[in-house]
Design a protein around this ligand. Structure first.
Ligand code: 3PG
Ligand code: MG
Length: 412
């Protein structure tokens, strides 16, 4: 179990808190189109403000590759953050340098600054310590609240955790406890539902999950390669031919670790990948040569609902079908609703995250009824792979050595 000292445990009044968050949010025509990540870090920021800290916020946006690029400016995020906080947020057009330092020094406790994209500087992604030192000048206390970026060993993540007294923000703490409750110390029986298009991007995830979960439910495009590995013809469905052996190996290994693997027993098949394409539902071994599997069928939905009914913990990553095309989201939506109902009845802990997952659960209208929905994409998957996330490791290391040197007192 990870035990962090969180920023709630330190006195921040009259101090300048440098906070790394993940405000890598979608922006269209200068407006933030999904404010989830903003809403989820706002409580940590609001708490710091209430406790009379000056708050200086760092984030990346997109992948500008070390150069200034107006389309990756964080400027449009400042008004959205101000809305979430209900107070003014001052945007500064750089994240290091004398002008930035002066503006922050001149500010009063309770003021909030959002600095320009850290990835406009090449030192960020290189994890350059010189760049990290320029950032570290901006505050006295570092708060790491960017779980969804903590798979990156970048200057504002691991570098700052090396240089400054470092504490976890609320979101960091919540994300990690949710993952631990689903993966490291779950109430059994447990299952992971893993969907999405490609098995190649999830092999390491599956390999780890079959050693930890009692059951793995495989859906989405990636199920096709597993079906093929079982000798089932899938017509023109999306497959990864070079992954068939891997799929077979994963199923064999699951047998050894006593992890049950569930695949669709019936499927919805169309001849084109388009909304409302003419479609039929067939048993999984009767997909025509021209057919393309776009969703799980009603029998599979019932089987999965029954399976969920016997679980205590569910970890959900990826959709069961082409949910973005009507009506091929039916499987994903029906199973997501069933999971949400079990959570509402207090019978299931359901934790979801990673890439398309949140979009799928939002489309199903159940994201707020899951026990926890992670803000992380890549970081969530790397955690599921069983990998140590550099940003989390750097924070733990900082706190362990500070504890040893008597610089930190665990307040709780
Ligand atoms: C994300 O959106 O997954 C994070 O912000 C990380 O972004 P990155 O993959 O560009 O590092
Ligand atoms: Mg990513």
């Amino acid at each position: 179990m990870h035990s962090f000292i969180t920023v709630e445990d330190v006195d921040v009044a009259w101090h300048t808190v440098l906070m790394r968050v993940d405000l890598n949010v979608p922006i269209r025509e200068g407006k933030v189109t999904d404010t989830t990540r903003i809403a989820r870090v706002a409580p940590t920021i609001a708490d710091l403000v209430k406790r009379r800290a000056k708050v200086v916020i760092l984030s990346h946006l997109g992948r500008p590759k070390g150069k200034r690029a107006p389309e990756y400016s964080l400027a449009p995020v400042a008004p959205a953050l101000a809305d979430a906080l209900g107070q003014e947020v001052t945007f500064l057009p750089d994240c290091i340098g004398p002008d930035v330092e002066q503006a922050i020094t001149a500010a009063k406790p309770g003021e909030v600054f959002l600095l320009e994209n850290v990835r406009f500087h090449a030192g960020e992604e290189k994890g350059d310590m010189e760049f990290a030192r320029s950032l570290a000048k901006l505050g006295e206390i570092f708060v790491s609240d960017a779980f969804s970026s903590s798979h990156r060993a970048h200057a504002s993540i691991t570098g700052l955790a090396e240089l400054m007294p470092a504490y976890a923000g609320r979101l960091m703490g919540d994300e990690i406890s949710a993952l631990e409750s689903a993966l490291e110390s779950p109430k059994r029986p447990t299952a992971a539902l893993v969907g999405g298009a490609k098995i190649s991007s999830k092999i390491a995830v599956l390999e780890n999950l079959i050693t930890k979960m009692d059951r793995v439910i495989i859906g989405g495009g990636m199920a096709n390669t597993f079906l093929l590995a079982k000798g089932i013809e899938v017509g023109k469905s999306l497959i990864e031919a070079d992954m068939v052996e891997t799929a077979a190996r994963i199923m064999a290994k699951a047998g050894e670790t006593n992890c049950e693997v569930l695949l669709p027993s019936d499927v919805v098949v169309a001849e084109s990948f388009a909304a409302n394409a003419p479609h039929v539902t067939v048993p999984v071994d009767q997909v025509s040569a021209e057919g393309m599997i776009l969703d799980v069928g009603p029998r599979t939905i019932e089987e999965l609902k029954a399976s969920l009914g016997t679980l205590s913990t569910l970890l959900w990553n990826g959709p069961l079908g082409a949910f973005e095309l009507e009506p091929f989201g039916n499987g994903t939506f029906a199973v997501a609703r069933a999971a949400a109902d079990l959570v509402s009845d207090g019978k299931l802990v359901a934790v979801a995250g990673g890439g398309d997952t949140v979009a799928a659960l939002n489309a199903a209208g159940v994201a707020d009824r899951f026990t926890y929905v992670s803000t992380a994409g890549g970081a969530f998957l790397e955690w599921l792979e069983g990998r140590e996330l550099p940003g989390v490791a750097a924070l733990l290391k900082n706190q362990a050595s500070a504890r040893k040197n008597g610089q930190l007192e665990e307040v709780r």
